[in-house]
Design a binder for this molecule. Structure first.
Ligand SMILES: [Zn+2]
Length: 327
């Protein structure tokens, strides 16, 4: 972390990016950056060393040109966003514990948005469903109960349910929520009725959904299956979840960042992004948070790059935002 203090007390702006990247399987030289045609190639170039470079550049630009009037600009490089966001969680916990100071007033997370202003993103929930049966010799249907075929009944309903949801408009910027089956496991051997089947699902959530909705919708389907067949036995469990995030397009931070971005030559229009980001952790802590970062391609892919001119425009826009907010 680094802090640029203003000349007197005032609003605190956090510029936040994650330092970690996803893995490098399938890449030939992931950490030997190559510059070609206004692009910088390498793992993490767009997700999100480019955004971090824009943050550091913006604060250096502010410091070199007389600093800021009031308040503070906080640079936060956080760990672990690609896994459990322990970095952003620790940051928020530290601010909560600091009773002498109020929470920061605004946050920009510089994840890649093609220089648009991300005001909404999806959340996700990881769920586990287990169906149970009775193990028995394969020749004895009167004794065996097939847990895998039971799971099949649920899968048919989940598929129909999600296809119906995809026909709904959903969130104005993000579209409908969605669900997919990630893993399925069950069975012991060819000649035995399976007594257990385990399904792991991912549900992508949209702002405004109640936090327990992913579990509740599956519970409702399971109840329906029990009504059809009283022997049907299954349970659903929430393993891990992250909330979706949204900030009003009329919020002062959004309006000021859009103006700063346009002044720097960026599109700077409000948009939604599909991926989850640390902005949700900051937002849940009560800090108004948006996403704004450079364009490029290949996030989590084997060829990743960031557009260098976008990094510079992002830097300029962040510096302009700090000058507009920290007064
Ligand atoms: Zn990222």
């Amino acid at each position: 972390m680094g802090i640029l203090e203003g000349r007197r007390p005032g609003p605190a702006l956090v510029l936040c990016g994650h330092l970690d990247t996803v893995g490098v399987a399938g890449m030939t030289a992931p950490f030997d950056p190559v510059v070609r045609d206004n692009r910088l190639y390498g793992r993490g170039a767009q997700d999100m060393k480019g955004g971090l470079a824009a943050i550091v550049g913006a604060v250096r630009r502010l410091a070199d040109t007389g600093g800021i009037e009031a308040g503070r600009v906080i640079v936060a490089g956080v760990a672990d966003e690609e896994d459990a966001s322990r970095g952003a969680e620790a940051l928020v916990a530290r601010w909560r514990a600091d009773t002498a100071r109020r929470m920061p007033d605004a946050a920009v997370v510089t994840e890649p948005t093609d220089l648009r202003v991300g005001v909404a993103h999806k959340g996700f929930a990881w769920l586990r469903v287990t169906t149970t049966g009775v193990a028995a010799h394969g020749s004895r249907p009167a004794e065996g109960e097939d847990a895998i075929l039971r799971m099949g009944r649920l899968l048919v309903h989940l598929d129909a349910y999600d296809r119906a949801r995809q026909r709904q408009p959903g969130h104005p910027l993000l579209g409908p929520a969605s669900l997919h089956a990630s893993f399925i496991e069950g069975g012991r051997e060819w000649s035995t009725y399976p007594d257990r089947c385990d399904l792991r699902l991912e549900r992508r959530t949209i702002p405004g959904e109640p936090p327990d909705e992913p579990v509740m919708e599956i519970s409702r389907l399971l109840e329906m299956l029990v009504e059809e067949d009283e022997d049907f036995a299954a349970a659903v469990e929430l393993v891990f979840a992250r909330r979706a995030h949204e900030i009003s397009e009329d919020h002062e931070l959004v309006r000021r960042l859009c103006a700063a971005a346009v002044a720097a030559g960026a599109p700077g229009d409000p948009c939604g992004v599909s991926f989850w980001a640390d902005s949700a952790v900051l937002g849940e802590a009560g800090i108004p948070a948006v996403l704004f970062g450079p364009g490029g391609a290949g996030l989590h892919g084997t060829e990743e790059y960031v557009r260098i001119d976008d990094v510079l425009v992002c830097e300029d826009a962040l510096a302009k935002l700090a000058r507009s907010l920290c007064v």
